[in-house]
Design a protein around this ligand. Structure first.
Ligand code: GDP
Ligand code: MN
Length: 395
């Protein structure tokens, strides 16, 4: 799960991470009011979308930049009016862009230097890690590729937590000394505390800025949270903005389905994440392109299978469906009934290949055969992949 920058600022405030004051606004008028409350000169207007690269982004109507530094509250109001209701395209949004329905008005600071600072979960080492760089405000993937020597990595042992000496080491690696180093150390440990307490899997500050009056402040924020810990993070869960998420993924999560939309045309409905991955692989192996990852879980109900079909068919790119179910916990006949109910309810017109295996498979196959629906049965994974790829090509 992600949150907006204005919400991240609320967390910063709660945990004592230094960041300029900001107020969120949904209309130009509100933005003007917020700007007057914060007071000029020097304000920044920032489009609130779940994507980075806003500064260099362009709105679909041609207006340039999702981050503007302005002088007066009147200018802030004017710029907010240009952004609100418009679609911002950045290198992270994809060509379809993201609709801006909120802007953040914040006190602008005068920057002397920008840094990159992040804490994230590092799967390879099973540690948390700090990633820091003197190349702030830039795309960190690009820095990692072109000038890897400018990136510092510091691992945090989960049992010990972030130690003060590690904070000082990272500050020194960024070339910070004296009072600046002290402020940075304080900010790093506050951010670590936040990362841990809020069950984050990523907090990224790009840029972490040094101001002309000698302050170290977080000027931007990107957060990822561990979805498995959301049950104990009520405040964080309340920040979820489903309008920013893929509507198919939102619908899937309502039914307890794991769905990720992809670019291909062959939809997959599978039980179990591992089987879902191998199904996608084998579709590709036989020359097809999967339209999604969809795991209905070990104990899917008829309602879940129907919901899954509807989500799949809501994607106009889908030209065929492959159902691959291994009846371990599940009874194949229940699945077969679910498929038939769903296919009838959504009046399926595209090719459907079903491969069932396991518990009560003979009854399941008989149910499918007796349904009178145009369903192609497959005997194994290879047969299933070949049949659906061929059916989609022929259609
Ligand atoms: P992003 O483009 O989505 O990553 O948005 P950021 O919040 O990082 O803003 C982009 C850039 O705008 C930053 O790298 C800064 O250079 C600049 N910026 C943001 N806030 C301020 C500010 O308060 N003062 C000044 N002078 N520049 C700012
Ligand atoms: Mn940024």
């Amino acid at each position: 799960m992600n949150i907006h920058e204005y919400q991240a600022k609320q967390l910063f405030e709660k945990f004592g991470v230094a960041s300029p004051k900001g107020i969120v606004a949904s209309t130009a008028e509100e933005a003007g009011k917020a700007a007057r409350e914060i007071g000029g000169p020097g304000l920044v207007v920032k489009a609130q979308v779940h994507a980075g690269g806003r500064g260099k982004g362009t709105f679909k109507n041609g207006f340039k930049g999702g981050v503007h530094v302005v002088d007066t509250p009147e200018q802030a109001e004017e710029i907010a009016g240009q952004m609100l209701g418009q679609t911002l395209v950045t290198h992270q949004t994809g060509p379809e862009g993201k609709l801006v329905s909120k802007v953040l008005i914040a006190k602008a600071v005068d920057i002397t230097k920008e840094y990159y600072f992040a804490i994230l979960f590092d799967r390879v080492s099973s540690n948390h890690a700090i990633i820091a760089s003197t190349e702030g405000g830039m795309n960190i993937e690009e820095v990692a590729e072109k000038t890897p020597e400018k990136i510092t990595k510091e691992f945090i042992n989960p049992a010990l937590g972030l130690q003060p000496y590690q904070c000082r080491k990272v500050a020194a690696s960024l070339g910070l000394q004296g009072p600046l180093a002290n402020q940075a150390v304080k900010l790093f440990s506050a951010l670590w505390n936040l990362y841990l307490k809020a069950d984050c899997s990523l907090v990224e500050i790009n840029p972490l800025a040094i101001t002309t009056d000698g302050q170290v402040v977080a000027l931007d924020a990107k957060f990822n949270f561990d979805d498995n810990a959301l049950y104990r993070q009520k405040d964080v869960t309340a920040m979820r903005d489903t309008t920013e998420e893929d509507p198919r993924e939102v619908a899937a999560s309502e039914f307890g389905l794991n769905y990720i939309g992809l670019d291909g045309n062959i939809a997959c409905l599978v039980n179990g994440a591992g089987l879902a991955m191998s199904t996608m692989d084998i579709i590709k192996f036989h020359g097809g392109e999967p339209a999604n990852f969809l795991d209905v879980g070990g104990g899917a109900t008829k309602e879940q299978v129907t919901a899954a079909f509807k989500i799949i068919l809501g994607d106009p790119k889908v030209e065929g469906i492959l159902v691959n179910i291994f009846g371990g916990i599940m009874d194949c006949d229940i699945i077969a009934n679910g498929i038939i109910a769903a296919a009838k309810e959504v009046s399926l017109t595209i090719p459907l290949v079903v491969r069932l295996e396991g518990n009560n498979v003979e009854a399941g196959k008989a149910t499918l055969a007796a349904s009178g629906l145009k369903i192609t049965s497959a005997s194994d994974l290879t047969d299933a992949a070949q049949k659906i790829v061929a059916a989609v090509k022929a259609a």
